[in-house]
Design a protein around this ligand. Structure first.
Ligand code: ADP
Ligand code: ADP
Ligand code: MG
Length: 451
């Protein structure tokens, strides 16, 4: 096992990794930007090294500074967390060239699976259903219009390097194409430094169902059930649950086996997630694979009892999977709610929920300044119950206990969301937010939220 690893991330996921390393008796070195000088992760790591100013491109994306720090502090491996460099094949390659183990799949696997368009081609080759769309990259709006004509409107113009809901635009008719293509492309260039575009048919109001995979370097690949992440705003997840409230046993198995097939086709190892959209008829289509740990990984941990970060590190260290598909089963129900800051500012008072079945992953503390430089997610509230209903009631109770003073958050909105009939019934899809947010905001204005 590794003696020391470097964590190339910040916030809650950096803490999550540090805690795991503690339990595994691995020393940690964290790199940080000047904006994160007073962060919990910096305090909790065995060593912390400042690598640059607040702007991510000068610090958390500064590949050379990170590699140099890892070498100078004699780390054996680098954990990239999610976001930042976690799906950057060039960075994974730099790690490999410097004899550092990248805790994730190889640079080659990231190139073939982390890039959405090439993953799509690979899936077509191995018979995994994909959404109808372009055969390869689409260079111009003109070309996009031709393809849209062939597959039929509405379509979704997507960036091959996209992530976090960025770099995609819908087009409902020919008139929308130029604008959709150009805005999606420029957003992708700005966010990912890559303007490669492709097109998919827009599946109307699908569910977003994803399968968690674990695979070692010896070809053992298992799936750990699904997560339903259909509650999204602007294609960014807000709430995730495991298992899906309305996926039958048979569909679960078929989708799990399909995800394993997809991972095997790519020669995949590490933790990873195969994402699908499922239409109203129950047909499922591959959309992308995330070749990293995901924000919502705790819900899977809660219902399977498997520590995914620990497994990720064990696999990177060359160990075999200690579990087989037959050993894994899903017990109970878990829901994660993302708490986002609506404004930057200093936390004046903080109280986290606690008690039976409640888990909080957060880097907040009183006096902490939420900076405008990074992702707005400040906490994840994860609840586990023996049934979905129990988990829903526990989530309400946990959100009622949560107090964050000093900044505005989405706490009250999310609390009220748990009272919406479609959520209670579990009969929702990715159209939920669009369809219901005005109504929930009205409840909010009426002041019926728990203060
Ligand atoms: P998940 O698939 O884990 O739910 P999210 O979509 O919530 O991921 O994204 C997790 C974080 O990673 C967010 O901070 C998001 O902005 C960022 N992110 C996701 N994909 C990329 C990418 N390709 N490049 C840069 N940042 C990304
Ligand atoms: P990201 O890398 O930003 O997570 P994804 O390709 O996973 O991008 O898409 C993000 C979300 O956008 C999905 O969860 C889903 O809600 C929606 N989406 C993506 N592709 C389609 C599609 N072809 N039809 C309908 N919705 C889609
Ligand atoms: Mg996605």
């Amino acid at each position: 096992m590794f003696k020391r690893i470097l964590i190339a991330n910040r916030g809650e996921i950096a803490l999550r990794i540090i805690r795991c390393c503690r339990e595994m008796n691995i020393e940690t070195v964290i790199v940080y930007s000047t904006a994160d000088k007073n962060s919990l992760a910096v305090m909790a790591a065995d060593r912390a090294v400042c690598i640059g100013p607040a702007k991510a491109s000068d610090s958390y994306l500064n590949e050379n500074a990170i590699i140099e720090t890892a070498l100078l502090t004699e780390c054996e491996a680098v954990h990239p967390g999610y976001g930042f460099l976690s799906e950057n094949a060039a960075f994974a390659r730099k790690c490999e060239e410097n004899n550092l183990i990248f805790i994730g799949p190889s640079a080659d696997i990231i190139s073939s699976m982390g890039d959405k368009q090439s993953a799509r081609q690979l899936m077509i080759e191995c018979g995994v259903p994909v959404v109808p769309g372009s055969d390869g990259l689409v260079a111009t709006a003109e070309e996009a219009a031709h393809i849209a004509e062939r597959i039929g409107y509405p379509v979704l113009i997507k960036a091959s390097a996209g992530g976090g809901g960025k770099g995609m635009r819908k087009a409902f008719s020919r008139e929308d194409i130029e604008n959709a293509f150009e805005t999606a492309k420029s957003e992708a260039v700005a966010a990912f430094g890559n303007g490669d575009m492709y097109i998919e048919k827009l599946v109307l109001n699908p569910r977003h169902i994803e399968i968690q995979i674990l695979a070692d370097k010896y070809g053992n690949t298992i799936y750990l059930g699904e997560r339903d992440c259909s509650i999204q705003r602007n294609n960014q997840k807000l709430l995730e649950e495991a298992p899906c409230a309305r996926l039958g046993k048979d569909k679960r198995m078929v989708m799990g086996e399909t995800a394993v097939r997809a991972a095997k086709a790519a020669g995949y190892y590490s933790a990873g997630t195969v994402e699908f959209v499922v239409n109203e008829q129950g047909d499922y289509y591959f959309i992308e694979m995330n070749t990293r740990i995901q924000v919502e990984h705790p819900v899977t941990e809660q219902v399977t009892g498997i520590d995914l970060i620990k497994e990720q590190i064990r696999i990177a260290a060359g160990m075999k999977l200690g579990i087989t598909q037959e050993d894994t089963f899903v017990k109970g129900h878990a829901i994660e709610c993302r708490i986002n800051a609506a404004t930057p500012g200093v936390i004046k008072f903080l109280h986290f929920p606690d008690g039976y079945g409640v888990r909080v992953e957060s880097h907040l503390f009183e006096g902490y300044e939420v900076s405008p430089y990074y992702d707005s997610m400040i906490a994840k509230i994860i609840v586990t119950g023996s049934s979905r209903l129990e988990a829903v009631r526990r989530l309400r109770r946990a959100l009622e206990e949560l107090i964050v003073e000093g900044i505005k958050t989405n706490r009250e909105f999310m609390h009220l969301l748990t009272y919406h009939k479609d959520f209670i019934r579990g009969s929702y899809n990715t159209g939920f937010w669009e369809k219901n947010h005005t109504e929930i905001e009205k409840w909010l204005k009426e002041g019926i939220a728990v203060k």
